[in-house]
Design a protein around this ligand. Sequence first.
Ligand SMILES: Nc1nc2c(ncn2[C@@H]2O[C@H](COP(=O)(O)OP(=O)(O)OP(=O)(O)O)[C@@H](O)[C@H]2O)c(=O)[nH]1
Ligand SMILES: [Mg+2]
Length: 236
Amino acid sequence: MAPSAGAFKHLSLVLGAAVTALGSLLFIAWKTYFRDGNASSSWRGQWEQQLEAEPGCNLREEELHSCERQVLVLGLDGAGKSSVLHYISSVAAKGRASPTQGFNSVRLHADGLQMDLLEVGGSQNLRSYWNQYLTWAHVLVFVVDSSDSSRLPTACQELHNLLAEDPQLPLVVLANKQDKSDALSVAELHQELALHTLNGQREFFLLPTSAIRSSLATATSILHLKSLLVKLLAQV
Ligand SMILES: Nc1nc2c(ncn2[C@@H]2O[C@H](COP(=O)(O)OP(=O)(O)OP(=O)(O)O)[C@@H](O)[C@H]2O)c(=O)[nH]1
Ligand SMILES: [Mg+2]
């Protein structure tokens, strides 16, 4: 007898979770490898060359990690995380982004900082893994699709679950897809996401963004995000 569609769905969820768990472990191992200074000379050599190219990064052994910063980028599936990451790291236009299975990262250099932005996919089966990445983060960027009002309660719930895990982690909420005619305003999103309930313990910003290359305004919004990240991460 052929397996039912339900069985296939169950199997794909289990496989997806296994792939993500493996991805998490690999990521943690990768970060630990660098943090513990156990990298082989060839890896270390490559990495130093990369940093050397960046003005302001000091390469002395004891300061090698002083310019590393981690930015965790989360939000529901389709919110625009991959698009924001692509836009902030590249001048080349990109077509439709594919849903992220597992995680996706980009590395930026600015003002002597090396910033690793890590996106974990936002589909439901991946969200239970989000909080595992909070430990590594210096800033949390939470991306919201401002035009997807039906899923704002879910976004709100997921965001507050994360915030409860770390009461001090600086937070940047992106009110993305502001180019869309049905996008809620920043003030409306502030209300819908219950951001007034945040206590004063963490630094918090709510930025309107658009991650498609349709106008100067959208490009400017991503530049604002980049400057804000540099400012926040320089204080860490
Ligand atoms: N109009 C508009 N579309 C956007 C914007 N940002 C992203 N999109 C589109 O929204 C869709 C989803 O974008 P992604 O960047 O893949 O979303 P994601 O948050 O990475 O989703 P997952 O990886 O599945 O968690 C794509 O078709 C993008 O082209 C935006 O600012 N405006
Ligand atoms: Mg993605």
